[in-house]
Design a binder for this molecule. Structure first.
Ligand code: UD1
Length: 420
């Protein structure tokens, strides 16, 4: 068990190369199971979730290796189509291999996935979508048993544009023989990245990023694919918000600004100067931010739930009052009790946080309740007066390579310590 120790108050200056996006590489690693041969993914990010995904791929029979910052996944001998509870519960994205395993083996037996403690996170929409594609599915004794008897595609209508369901359907459908249409799919940049990866491997997918995705099944995919995923918009957003809170000048490289447009618009409204280029964002923060009256999390292209806690921290030290509405996950405001220990004035009612901006936070010992809220608490520590200790750093390590090294390189006073 490790903790982060922060002495707040340092402004941030410098440049950071943003890592490969966790939410792009995880489904793309899952999609490598579709390929009867080797897949190479460049710029492998050292997030603990990526290592968990490697463990899952190996359980199915894939051979994996990390060489010179690339990961190689050899999926010629997929032997298993079962994922047991102990592994499935390690992360939500274990379920992102469901479509690929069903495509590859014709069957799948999966335990229910785990993940961050941010809400109930059911898989009912995944199951409905697979049923729409003619898959036989039975749920019993804590497992989902699925069998593919139908090889033609179908029409999948999503009541809510779920990221994981869209990706699972894309993976299964590209190996069928007929046409599949996904209506109301998720439009996140990571969906477009998955489409690009699958099309590089010979799939015929169009429409990712729009209201309809069409997938012309091609039976089998090519092998020998080498691919570089997009940069992580949530990490970039976290560092953009951190700089806006503490002040300074920071350039974030390897990030497409259009992937963060809603955040960039809000930062500008909060009096932060943001300069966009083709693949970088620069933040110039010279004064205390001004509150944004209402922020609501919504599916892309609107404000991402994965930046909600970080932005709430910014609102807590901004001039004025604001309201944050969390619309995606029902329990994603649990971290607020940690933030109020640091002097934030926030009241929570159901999925809404009412924030009264204070001039400064005060350092305290806090506990990261999940990955993104942990990043939010790091930002709080950077702005607070005095010492902050953040416990449960393993949650943050799921999606940040080494948050303390990246922030120290920008001038923050932050170190990692082992618990006694
Ligand atoms: C992905 C992201 C996660 C992000 C989330 C929303 C990855 C690896 N993870 O998660 O970081 O926070 O999108 O942008 O890409 N739902 C159901 N039934 C289902 C599936 C989803 O009710 O079968 C609900 C969820 O509980 C949630 C909403 O739909 O309320 C959105 O979830 P979804 O888009 O599926 O999130 P994930 O793909 O799990």
């Amino acid at each position: 068990m490790e903790k982060l120790k922060i002495v707040g108050g340092n402004r941030l200056y410098g440049e950071v190369k943003i890592s490969t996006a966790k939410n792009a590489i995880l489904p793309i690693m899952a999609a490598s199971l579709l390929i009867n041969g080797e897949t190479k993914i460049l710029d492998f990010p050292h997030f603990s979730d990526c290592y968990t995904m490697l463990e899952i791929l190996e359980k199915f029979g894939a051979k994996t290796s990390i060489v010179n910052e690339s990961v190689k996944i050899e999926s010629t001998n997929i032997k298993s189509f079962v994922i047991e509870t102990s592994l499935a519960e390690k992360m939500r994205s274990s379920f992102f291999t469901f479509g690929a395993i069903l495509a590859r083996c014709g069957k799948a037996i999966f335990s229910y996935p785990g993940g961050c403690n941010i809400g109930s996170r059911p898989v009912d929409m995944h199951i409905k979508a697979f049923k729409d594609l003619g898959i036989d599915i039975v749920e019993k004794h804590g497992y989902i048993y699925a069998e593919r008897k139908n090889f033609s595609g179908g029409v999948v209508y999503l009541d809510f544009p779920s990221v994981g369901v869209t990706e699972n359907v894309m993976m299964l459908a590209c190996t069928l023989n007929g046409l599949t249409v996904i209506k109301n799919p998720a439009k996140e940049p990571e969906i477009v990245d998955l489409q690009n990866f699958l099309n590089c491997a010979g799939a015929k997918i169009e429409g990712a990023g729009t209201d309809v995705i069409t997938i012309q099944g091609v039976g089998k995919l090519l092998n020998g694919i080498s691919y570089t995923c997009i940069g992580d918009r949530i990490i970039a957003g976290t560092y953009a918000i951190a700089t806006s809170c503490v002040g300074g000048i920071v350039k974030l490289n390897n990030i497409n600004p259009t992937h963060l447009q809603d955040l960039i618009d809000k930062l500008r409204k909060a009096d932060i100067c943001v300069i966009e280029s083709k693949d970088s964002i620069s933040i110039i923060a010279e004064r205390r931010p001004t509150s944004i009256p209402i922020v609501q999390t919504m599916p892309y292209p609107y404000f991402p739930t994965d930046l909600q806690s970080q932005f709430t921290v910014m609102q807590s030290i901004s001039k004025g009052n604001s309201i944050i509405v969390e619309n995606i996950f029902e329990s994603r405001l649990g971290y607020v009790s940690q933030l109020t220990k640091m002097g934030a004035k926030i009241k929570v009612k159901n999925n809404i946080a009412f924030v009264e901006g204070v001039e400064t936070l005060l350092g305290a010992e806090v506990y990261a309740p999940d990955l993104r809220a942990g990043a939010g608490l790091v930002i709080a520590g950077l702005c607070a007066k005095g010492y902050t200790t953040i416990n449960n750093v393993h949650f943050i390590d799921r999606g940040y390579e080494s948050i303390e090294k990246e922030l120290s390189s920008l001038g923050a006073n932050i170190i990692r310590e082992k618990n006694n």
